[in-house]
Design a protein around this ligand. Structure first.
Ligand SMILES: [Zn+2]
Ligand SMILES: [Zn+2]
Length: 514
């Protein structure tokens, strides 16, 4: 059985009103791993929904976390904000509400395009609404017990000064150290590194639980049934272990069904984002991988297994595999070993499986075609020369448009040079063409003039002609790439030539043979 089904069965059986929680820390770059979390959460949500349950997926944004340091991608002026909640730090570009929005909003927009049906919840708003007040109060009242639990779970020495809660300093806006013996609900006094001493109202939203206390508080507040999280939190003595005890022994709640997931490893030689110091961000992955393929990629293996995300040629392999599985799914033709992969394809549709096999255009072919046309209409025009689009539905065209956008994004930043080309609008004067090549081109013109302009026919003519002449296949193909794209290799010749206008091809050959 697919892992999402196993988890969904468990949740549907045990939870009255299932709620799946996922989260993200928007302090800087959004990693590809965050995508895994969102997609894992949505797949469980849709699998529970398919069992007839009303289920919610929430996406918690840690917008009240402090800025821990000035990251390399931030201007020097951001030094002054270190230690402040990121919801109160201005956005670096000036276009967003605050720092947290700046980093997470583009990602949220993109996640939406994956069909993730979640409610976005900003943690700083929960604090402002007083949703954490009860938990903060309990954590302060039972601080000794909290310290004991953390000692037992982590194996580290008990820290008598451990602060489960930090007030925001009213003077400098940074998180300050509370004086525990002064706590009398709702007030606690604090001392700040800026020198200010003040009194904080814990119900005012001017303060925050530390991570080990905040996470279980969220479980208690929302009644979370299941939650995917990075394996670092799942380690023995980690925050899931301590959270589990804190939620039951301190807050009086229940820990969610844990879905720890492995990291996503990045492969491929993409362009580095110099300002971010990271090769591929989660946003890049969304922009360059068709959403259905991305969903499938994260669903086809267990969460506990590492995923290699290859932003190079692997991108094409992923799309090819998806398309292959799609055909098998609709032909109901798969082996027992493929059962889980087929189910992964089905879950990747989030309960909206197409009614028939969608139009498939081989992804590699699309990569070539996209480089032959400036825009989507142009792509369609080129495609029509080799593909019958007469039966394409509006859904097919939507998917094609998204795939074209992904291919373009990939070509602009991540595709290896070997797949890139551009058709030269005219034959460069400087180009060297020898007699053997000229004779070959002339003969091609003769044979192509009256042929049907189809991939197979062209293939036969090109290979047959080259083989039968002194130039031979290898040099013949090279010569053709040279006069069309100025390179010695390129896309498969048959479909490449067939994708161009016949007149254009013949004109170029005639020009080159003179
Ligand atoms: Zn911004
Ligand atoms: Zn201060």
């Amino acid at each position: 059985m697919h892992w999402a089904d196993v988890i969904a069965n468990e949740i549907a059986e045990n939870c009255e009103k299932p709620l799946i929680a996922t989260g993200i820390s928007p302090t800087g770059i959004i990693h590809v791993g965050s995508l895994r979390e969102a997609i894992t959460g949505e797949s469980v949500r849709s699998a529970v929904e398919a069992r007839g349950k009303e289920v919610r997926l929430i996406y918690l944004i840690d917008s009240f976390d402090p800025l821990r340091r000035r990251y390399d991608f931030l201007p020097p002026s951001y030094e002054q904000y270190v230690g402040m909640p990121i919801s109160r730090i201005p956005c670096p570009c000036g276009k967003h509400r605050n720092y947290a929005h700046h980093f997470v909003q583009p990602f949220l927009d993109a996640v939406d395009s994956l069909g993730v049906h979640c409610e976005i919840i900003w943690t700083h708003e929960l604090y402002a609404q007083g949703r954490f007040t009860d938990c903060i109060r309990t954590a302060l009242d039972k601080r000794e017990q909290v310290i004991q639990i953390l000692h037992e779970v982590t194996g580290k020495e008990a820290n008598p000064n451990y602060a489960p809660y930090n007030p925001v300093c009213e003077k400098c806006g940074r998180f300050a150290t509370p004086k525990f013996d002064t706590f009398e609900f709702p007030y606690i006094w604090y001392e700040c590194s800026c020198g200010h001493c003040g009194r904080n109202d814990i119900s005012s939203g001017e303060g925050k639980l530390t991570w080990r206390l905040e996470w279980p508080a969220k479980w208690k507040i929302f009644g979370t049934s299941a939650e995917p999280f990075g394996k670092d939190h799942a380690a023995a003595g980690g925050s899931y272990d301590s959270g589990k005890r804190i939620v039951s022994e301190i807050y009086g709640g229940v820990a969610p069904y844990p879905i720890p997931y492995e990291f996503v490893q990045l492969k491929g030689v993409g362009q580095m984002h110099k300002s971010l110091g990271c090769p591929v961000t989660g946003l890049d992955a969304i922009n360059m991988t068709p959403p259905e393929v991305l969903n499938y990629l994260f669903l086809r293996v267990l969460p506990s297994r590492t995923i290699d995300y290859d932003s190079g040629l692997g991108t094409l392999d992923m799309a090819d595999e998806y398309d292959r599985m799609e055909v098998k799914f609709f032909n109901k033709d798969w082996t027992e070993a493929e059962e889980n992969t087929i189910r992964a394809y089905e879950i990747a549709q989030h309960n909206h499986v197409p009614s028939k096999l969608p139009l498939q255009i081989p992804y590699r072919h699309l990569v070539n075609v996209v480089q032959m046309a400036p825009d989507f209409d142009g792509v369609i025009e080129v495609l029509k020369r080799t593909v019958d689009l007469s039966e394409a539905t509006p859904e097919d065209m939507d998917r094609l448009r998204r795939r074209v956008d992904c291919v373009r994004y990939w070509l602009n930043g991540f595709a290896p040079d070997q797949v890139k080309f551009s058709i030269m609008p005219s034959l460069p004067e400087m180009i060297q063409i020898d007699t053997m090549e000229k004779v070959f081109f002339k003969e091609l013109v003769n044979r192509m003039n009256d042929c049907n302009w189809e991939t197979d026919v062209i293939n036969e003519i090109v290979s047959g002609t080259a083989k039968s002449m002194p130039i031979g296949s290898k040099a013949g193909y090279k010569a053709l790439y040279k006069i069309f794209i100025g390179k010695s290799a390129g896309p498969r010749l048959g479909s490449f030539l067939a994708s161009m206008d016949k007149k254009f091809v013949i004109n170029r050959l005639m020009q080159a043979s003179n």
